[in-house]
Design a protein around this ligand. Sequence first.
Ligand code: HEC
Ligand code: HEC
Length: 283
Amino acid sequence: MIRWAGRALAAIALLLLFGIGGIYAASQAKLADVSATQPERLGRPTPQQLADAPRQARILGCYSCHGAGLGGKMMEDIPNVIRVHAPNLTDVAARATDEQLAAAIRQGIGTDGRPLFVMPSPMYARLSDGEVGALIAHIRSLPRTSGRAETVSFGPVGRFALATGKLRAAPEKVQEFRSQAPLALGAGHEAGRRLTAINCSECHGPALFGATMEDGNVTPDLRIASGYDLAQFTTLMRTGKAPHGRDLGLMAYVARNDFSHYTDGELAAIHRYLSARADKLGS
Ligand code: HEC
Ligand code: HEC
């Protein structure tokens, strides 16, 4: 009896080992897959793009994740699952070429050649050469600080999520964002459409139809914005406060920290586009 139990245990241990080995191997493959890298060719940013880059870096969320002075920030530490530290970009930039930084920003390939996680590169893939060049110039203009260069690491549960595709690397999602975009509604709405494409799609989905995010947050289709008048929308985007008074959590956070840096004109263009999109798509 004892011997039988011993064998059964050994079999289970072997199965577990194979299972864990399989998960480890599958997750390891995902951690190393950079097959889609393309060469980066950056144009020279215009003086206007250079002057606007500090503000763009705020609207795009670089400061919210990479911290004050882009010196790095511990974003999340869930034992056994994932530890997310956004690296110190002043230190990264000092060791990297512009092309490496551009590939990190727009393709989700780290300067050490790894596929990146959490970094919203699929959305940033929609930035122009000039805009990315200006962001890089902005990073290089900041004083180099000695913050930690730590990045993202995974525990066993995180590795399981990787192996099963619940957690995906940025380069994998870049393709998805290339093949889907917010509905085009003609030249008059292009400015508003572009702002949503490069600032809202990270969370509201590549074409703004809403999404379930990897961190469990659920976002609505941005047709919902047509229920806001311009004054209410402006308040939402600057303060995170909605007329219904419900706490909007992550949305309120990005509104206060990132979107509060929009001009009135930009907010009006976004509101006008989202209202027209809602009319076109119906409810
Ligand atoms: C939602 C949070 C988030 C936002 C927003 C974000 N980043 Fe990141 N970024 C990260 C994390 C986390 C990593 C590390 C990912 C990893 O190692 O897997 C990273 C990595 C990078 C890297 C690669 C560093 C290296 O060692 O190769 C660069 C460059 C970078 N980010 C630049 C930017 C810029 C520029 C912006 C704004 C346009 C930005 N990031 C916005 C979270 C973010
Ligand atoms: C970092 C993630 C993130 C980004 C980026 C983001 N949102 Fe959201 N947004 C959310 C989440 C999460 C919710 C759902 C909040 C809830 O219902 O608790 C939401 C909800 C909303 C709502 C509905 C509020 C309501 O009354 O229920 C509007 C409108 C909205 N977002 C507009 C935008 C616009 C416009 C942009 C781009 C300029 C944007 N969001 C970018 C995460 C984000």
